[in-house]
Design a protein around this ligand. Structure first.
Ligand SMILES: Cc1ncc(COP(=O)(O)O)c(C=O)c1O
Length: 562
């Protein structure tokens, strides 16, 4: 993103043409000339008499010492040092009387590399590898490997250098070099220079979970048993609900919710299209019709103002989703439900431990379904839970998860049911996870705060909002990438991935645009807010294992994208 002229320094003798992009904090010294269409990142130092050609690209924190010309076709990545008087070329067969861009060959100088004074880099689609070092006065005629040290004319590889600049001598048993100065281990194939990937989710499983799973394995009671019962009891307490019934997925939990409310063929259940497919499928599983309503663009959740228009005599319930871990607007939903005598289901798959006006998710509606899938805030691998304050509904769920049998009288089938039982192995993981959930949630909330304040004022990025009285748990931290941002949403996701940050798009196409909903009569254009959000949303890593450095880097990358 180009800074305003007052946000970088330009010596009065320097020329910066209109249309040149210069990042914040960069300094352009005496008689330097920066052409239109060139790009210079933030915090660079562009020395005296430097020339940056149209279309040349220079990353951030680059030092260009005096008298360096960077021609189009040359790309310099972040933190590169180019010594005084270095000659970079871009014409394969230079002739004063032939002017032909087709003969331009590129040079790429990768992150952290250094090129010593008065060296010449001959063009030829050449790469100077990450953290490589070109000795002063060299003439480079070939690619230089990552961390390679080259000298002479033509430049020869004479060794390798560390990131800190010292020559590498000692090798470890794994074949990497060990720097005698800073102690870093360096692989000269460049594999260590690739940024370590920060994933969108990173499950926190510790020794305690493993120990309890081992205990279950040793007990021989692998299926639903005492650990499931203990997990249910603790989970109900956590939510402040009277009953909790464990099942083997969030989808099963939502199916049970629909069953317990008596949803049947011919009924309609109001829900959203901007959600994971299991929300709406759980209604179809009971033979009923999901009736979609659009979402609010600021909270991503169901827009209560649009619910009443969707109610018909067949409507039995509203299934609201707490998308990304933020509860829906339950006061408004309950008001409508009461008026029309409808039940309310909470899809709390993403909102374990979230709060709405002092009450926890799972205790906000007639019945709620949670997911403990491997990337969720509380995990059991696969798993789910139903919570309710209604004893009869809890009993119906227990029956439904167990082929329609009451758990007291076996082989008496009261109704159709499924095998939705959770195993004690999963429950063991869940039990330990519950001990950490408060700490893990706080860490997510802190991370979210850091990202929100870091991205404040980034044009084109809309950070998530929290309505008063709500405590979101940031299952996802989701921004909107609008047309005012210099990259499209998908370009930003690709650029972050290239720089070591996995991101997610939840969800790229609203449900009403998928075949089995189109077959119900839905079509593109029916829910414009959901359709627009599907094009704009990007979820960034926010999980509890992120370090402050990683968060800062993520913020910096988004701020500096051009
Ligand atoms: C909103 C929502 N509902 C339901 C589910 C279904 O949960 P599960 O994958 O555990 O079946 C998920 C899971 O991703 C979800 O995000």
């Amino acid at each position: 993103m180009s800074a305003l002229p007052e946000e970088y320094f330009k010596h009065e003798t320097a020329i910066v043409e209109d249309g040149a992009e210069i990042g914040r904090g960069s300094k352009i010294w005496h008689h330097a000339h920066i052409r239109t269409g060139s790009k210079i990142g933030s915090d660079c130092n562009i020395g005296k008499n430097c020339y940056v050609d149209k279309g040349a690209v220079i990353g951030s924190r680059v030092k260009l010492q005096n008298n360096v010309s960077v021609w189009h076709g040359v790309k310099i990545e972040d933190e590169v040092f180019i010594g005084p008087g270095v000659t970079l070329t871009n014409d394969l067969y230079p002739r004063a009387f032939i002017w032909d861009d087709a003969r331009v060959a590129t040079t790429l100088i990768k992150k952290g590399a250094s090129v010593g004074a008065n060296s010449t880099i001959l063009c030829g689609n050449r790469v100077i590898g990450e953290y490589a070092m070109v000795g002063a006065g060299s003439v480079v005629t070939k690619d230089v490997p990552p961390h390679g040290l080259v000298v002479g004319n033509p430049a020869r590889l004479i060794g390798h250098v560390c990131k800190c600049g010292m020559t590498l001598k000692e090798k470890t048993t794994s074949g990497a070099y060990k720097c005698s100065s800073c102690g870093a281990e360096i692989r000269t194939d460049g594999s260590d220079s690739k940024p370590k990937m920060v994933y969108i989710a990173s499950p926190v499983i510790g020794e305690k979970e493993q120990a309890l799973v081992r205990e279950v394995l040793q007990s021989g009671m692998l299926a639903q048993g005492p650990k499931v019962a203990a997990f249910e009891q603790k989970f109900a307490e956590l939510c402040g609900a009277k009953f909790a019934v464990a099942v083997n997925s969030g989808t099963a939990a939502l199916h049970c919710c629909n069953y317990a409310l008596g949803i049947k063929p011919g009924d309609e259940v109001i829900t959203v299209s901007f959600t994971f497919v299991a929300t709406a499928n759980s209604i179809i599983m009971q033979g009923a019709r999901p009736v979609f309503v659009d979402v609010r663009e600021d909270t991503f959740n169901i827009d209560p103002k649009k619910i009443e228009a969707a109610i018909t005599p067949k409507t039995k319930a509203i299934l609201a989703v707490d998308l990304y871990g933020q509860p829906a607007d339950y006061d408004a939903i309950h008001k409508i439900a009461k008026k029309h005598n409808l039940k309310v289901i909470e899809d709390a798959a993403q909102s374990v431990f979230a709060e709405y006006k002092g009450k926890k998710a799972g205790n906000l509606t007639d019945i709620a379904g949670f997911s403990f899938y491997a990337t969720k805030n509380l995990i059991t691998g696969e798993g789910g839970m139903i919570t309710t304050n209604n004893e009869e509904m809890a009993e119906l769920c227990r029956r439904f998860r167990h082929h329609g049998q009451s758990e007291k009288t076996r082989y008496e089938y009261f109704d159709l049911g499924y095998n939705y039982r959770m195993t004690d192995l999963s429950a063991a993981i869940g039990l330990v996870q519950m001990e950490r959930i408060s700490e893990l949630t706080e860490q997510r909330q802190k991370n979210a705060e850091i990202i929100t304040s870091g991205l404040k004022n980034v044009k084109g990025i809309i950070t998530p909002i929290t309505p008063p009285g709500l405590v979101p748990v940031y299952h996802q931290y989701t921004v909107r990438v609008t047309k005012d941002y210099p990259m499209s949403r998908d370009q930003l996701a690709a650029y972050l991935k290239e720089n070591g940050f996995g991101c997610g798009v939840y969800y790229p196409k609203p449900l009403h645009m998928h075949p089995h909903f189109i077959n119900m009569g839905y079509k593109e254009g029916d829910f414009p807010v959901s359709e627009r959000l599907a094009k704009e949303v990007l979820s960034l890593p926010v999980h509890p294992k992120l370090t402050r450095d990683e968060l800062d880097k993520l913020i910096r990358l988004i701020k500096e994208a051009k």
